[in-house]
Design a protein around this ligand. Sequence first.
Ligand code: AMP
Length: 176
Amino acid sequence: MNLEKLKSKVRNVPDFPIPGIQFKDVTTLFKDAETLRELSDALYEMYRDKGITKVVGIESRGFIMGPLLAERLNAGFIPIRKPGKLPAAVYEETYEKEYGPDAIQVHQDAIGEGETVLLHDDLLATGGTMAGAVRLIENFKPKKIYVNFLIELEDLNGREAFPPEIEVDSLIKYEA
Ligand code: AMP
């Protein structure tokens, strides 16, 4: 897979949703059939031998590649959602993100003890969202947690938001 070619397919939208943010739009990655297949293949190769039993996607852009990858890994898919969306009993975490404070929830019966879990989202900025998601998933006492992003904004040092035992990986890296 050609990473520079993948990078060239990401649309940069300046000042969205607020002034000063360089928004990385992944819809331009997904709309092209060949690129979508390349993304799916790359993610599958990264995680095929890890014994993943659940893929967890973060609302909402983690709901695109997350289920595709879960199906290929023969794993289940679990959504992490904003408050008020999941109908049954939930765990909740609050966290700080680039645009202000927020909260996320997961169903309390989503994952069994001792499972191997891959958390996926489109982009790592400060890491606040995914660090909250990791804390949520730790409620289930998993055997191991992997964290994956399509895009990483390296200058924001988001990786520092995670404890060392969490394996963090991304496909496309931006320095500035
Ligand atoms: P953070 O918690 O700071 O790592 O922010 C990550 C979350 O916010 C992800 O769900 C992203 O979809 C979204 N996000 C933050 N910054 C950007 C950006 N520059 N471009 C696109 N999405 C972003």
